[in-house]
Ligand binder design. Sequence first.
Ligand code: S3P
Length: 425
Amino acid sequence: MKFSKANRLRGEVAIPGDKSISHRSVMIGSLAKGDTVIRHFLQGADCLSTIACFQSMGIDIENLGETVVVHGKGLHGLQKPDCVLDCGNSGTTTRLISGILAAQNFSVTLTGDASIQKRPMQRIMTPLSQMGADIRSLRGNGCSPLQITGSPLHGIHYTSPVASAQVKSTILLAGLYADGETHVTEPQLSRNHTELMLSHFGASVRTEGTTAIVQPADELIARSVTVPGDISSAAYFIAVGILVPGSEILIRNVGINPTRAGILEVCRQMGADLKLLNRRGQSEPMADILVRTSSLHGTEIGGAIIPTLIDELPMIAAMACFAEGTTVIRDATELKVKESNRIEVMVHSLSAMGADVTETEDGMIIHGGKPLHGAVIDSRLDHRIAMTFAVTACCVEGETEILGAECVNISYPGFYQDLNRLTQS
Ligand code: S3P
């Protein structure tokens, strides 16, 4: 797909549902007793993989588009699937479902696409095994395909070496079935959607600092869920609005949970003109974001803010190329184990556009202000890389071609249409 420099972007965009919350609403809804109505569900390929997995385990899920209805059968209502469960490209599906499957009374094989078969699963296999789970990597390489045979589980106190909501959530979901309290401590607080949603469905969950604690549950009660817009998807419109001269975009319905909203802080630190309007919602707060073209300056990003903007770092790195001065991103080694090695891909692709960017052990250093030009960019079938470069292409001279551009369907099926509409207004 080809892209070129955009004139000013003006107008409004309504952001599709949050990917993390959409996954969790199907998973937790399936384990609850009764009907869970999910509004503004993300119809991205990853979330559809989660729906398909639970349908294969006997859960009746009606996908009506904006709304999904899950007819949950309770904590012990899943049935052995008669096929391998295919998690597609989704790390969240693979990891979180493993926590649930570890406690069922049947055995399952999980698989996924070529990317998922390279992503690290030892990080969930270790704590689940400590809880008593029978989980193994079929190729013995710590990756999917995984074979999981349900077993009785024990509560544990686990200290995770990485700040990962997927690791934390896997353990908390398994902890619902354990024989005692389960504690997960992480080095920094990662997104807390699982904790919030489990509480909403009646589980007993609390947080002490960076430790999440769950009690074994007798049952979960079906509740309705309205999914906020995904701030990780909004990030592309925040960036394009800031960078393309003369732009003003109102980005509607964005989830601003503080464990996700680090990009807002970084944009402000860099000098961006962002306003949060119409704040609403409680446990998962939302707002509309008004963004206007701004001149940016470099900044340093590291430490506890990293998990709150981990998926936005590719877009932030590209923004830094247009800022005056140097931006340093550190403490971000997790980027190497996402859908692609996002440090390597960003350094390679931004350099191809003429940027001054250097890879470091745990991030990158970007000297902003060099003029960028169009290039051929291989998305490596990583949705966030494709969207980052579609936006970057709007800000540079010459044509940019993105290979594998259709991979945005993973998290934002209408992305190019929304971007296009704003560039035409
Ligand atoms: C996610 C957590 C993050 C994030 C991913 C979604 C989640 O991954 O990168 O896109 O839904 O819990 P990690 O938990 O591996 O950091």
